[in-house]
Design a protein around this ligand. Structure first.
Ligand code: C5P
Length: 235
């Protein structure tokens, strides 16, 4: 299948149709955005790294029995994926406290939670992806109870697989964001990407941030951190 018509441009990716309506091609861009698009930058090579990392992680998850939209990596910056309609929810799983959780609740940074925390946001840029509870998703029809139960089960499974996988690479999986989609037959599956843009990775021994927090907080050597993650998972 090959790239046909442009469909949509997001903050980090572009989507194109293919000859088959069941599949689309994702192009990973070199752009960085943070704080709901208020902070922006372009760094050459970022799209390749995120495509490589995300492709590898979707494969690891498939090996662990987690279905996703990922079909295959086509080249440096492109993936073939199943066409899905994105459920307008962002799932966040946290193993360690940091980020918006600490800002919102005033809890200390860096606390290891006794079990993973499952959070939901409503995916809406204009509203800044507000934090919601399950009842909002149910009552406003963003997902059914069955879908939410499945989303939760898959999200915890993703956490188990990736946490163990990264632990072996001397990386702590602090937290991450997942998105889900439904194909034309209504099958729910993991979608979007899994990369240092959407996860927090801390080096197990030094505590160094190996993710987009380097960009958000101006910590420097942003691409170096992404390269380090790719180096550890590709060897
Ligand atoms: O900012 P916050 O602490 O809520 O982020 C939690 C996790 O979700 C982080 O790994 C962050 O990179 C990811 N995230 C994301 N997209 C968003 C919000 C958060 O990938 N819109």
């Amino acid at each position: 299948l090959t790239k046909k018509d442009f469909i949509y441009e997001g903050k980090a990716k572009r989507l194109y149709t293919t000859e088959d309506p069941k599949y689309v091609i994702v192009e990973y861009k070199d752009s960085f955005t943070a704080f709901n698009g208020q902070k922006k930058a372009t760094m050459s090579g970022k799209g390749v790294l995120n495509n490589n990392i995300s492709s590898k992680l979707f494969k690891i998850l498939a090996d662990g029995g987690v279905e996703s939209h990922f079909v295959k990596q086509l080249d440096d910056t492109h993936q073939l994926v199943k066409r899905v309609k994105i459920v307008p929810l962002e799932v966040i799983i946290r193993n360690i406290t940091t980020g918006s959780l600490c800002k919102r609740l005033g809890v200390a940074e860096g606390i290891k939670l006794p079990r993973p925390l499952f959070e939901l946001s409503y995916k809406d840029d204009a509203l800044g992806d507000p934090f919601i509870i399950e009842d909002h998703a149910l009552l406003f029809g963003w997902a059914t109870k069955e879908e939410l139960d499945k989303i939760k089960e898959i999200s915890f499974r993703v956490n188990e697989i990736l946490r163990d996988y990264f632990a072996k690479k001397s990386v702590v999986l602090v937290d991450f964001k997942l998105e889900f989609g439904k194909d034309a037959d209504g099958n729910l599956m993991l979608a979007d990407e899994i990369s240092p843009d959407t996860c927090r990775f801390w080096d197990s021994s030094t505590g160094d941030h190996l993710d987009k927090d380097r960009f958000r907080k101006d910590l420097g050597d942003v691409l170096g951190a992404y390269e380090e993650i790719w180096k550890r998972i590709s060897e």
